[in-house]
Ligand binder design. Structure first.
Ligand SMILES: CC(C)(COP(=O)(O)OP(=O)(O)OC[C@H]1O[C@@H](n2cnc3c(N)ncnc32)[C@H](O)[C@@H]1OP(=O)(O)O)[C@@H](O)C(=O)NCCC(=O)NCCS
Length: 162
């Protein structure tokens, strides 16, 4: 599980992903303070995990509320980000496997997210860790003024996977 002391590394890794423009509609970098506040204020139901190598954080993954309606209490949105220099070395897989374990322990039954169609590393990783591509949202939002599609992904976990 992530601690507030990981906030600086989490922000740095997230900001690389934001700057690359390949993973998210977010364009504003996060400060370590933003991340620390999020970790502090986020209900314990929604975990953030980190992957460490040689004493440093190289990846993180987190789950957050999908919808506030009670019927969707077991559905979580997730994000996963790996430091640029560590991509393709198993860290994303390790982060997702750890996140699934944490979510199953909290009774969460489904993880969902959206991926840009061009984000092959993410689509490959998610397929390898058991996600299904549900379909494509067309023109889901604009990034830097350009319409972008997103591929919806889901994985049943815990009780729903049995
Ligand atoms: C997408 C991302 C999280 C993947 O994590 P990663 O650590 O690079 O992936 P891993 O090394 O754990 O690879 C997991 C699997 O996906 C496959 N894979 C990963 N990158 C790949 C690529 N570029 N081409 C083909 N396959 C790839 C690997 O072969 C591996 O399969 P295996 O375990 O059977 O060998 C990472 O590249 C990243 O942070 N990218 C920028 C941010 C981002 O796109 N986040 C996701 C937003 S939806």
């Amino acid at each position: 599980m992530a601690a507030e002391a990981d906030a600086e590394a989490i922000a740095r890794i997230y900001n690389e992903g934001i700057a690359d423009r390949g993973a998210t509609f977010e364009t504003e970098p996060r400060t370590p303070g933003d991340i620390a506040r999020g970790l502090r204020e986020r209900p314990p139901r929604w975990p953030t995990v980190v992957v460490e190598r040689e004493g440093g954080v190289i990846a993180w993954a987190s789950a957050s509320e999908y919808r506030s309606r009670p019927c969707y209490a077991g559905v979580a949105e997730f994000s996963v980000y790996v430091e640029r220099d560590a991509r393709g070395t198993g860290a994303g897989r390790a982060a997702m496997e750890a996140l699934v374990r944490e979510c199953e322990g909290r009774g969460i039954w489904k993880l969902v997210s959206r991926v840009f169609p061009e984000n092959e590393p993410s689509r490959k990783l998610l397929a390898k860790v058991g996600f299904r591509e549900v379909g494509t949202y067309r023109r889901h939002a604009k990034l830097d003024g350009a319409w972008r599609d997103t591929v919806i992904v889901e994985r049943l976990i815990g009780e729903a996977a049995r």
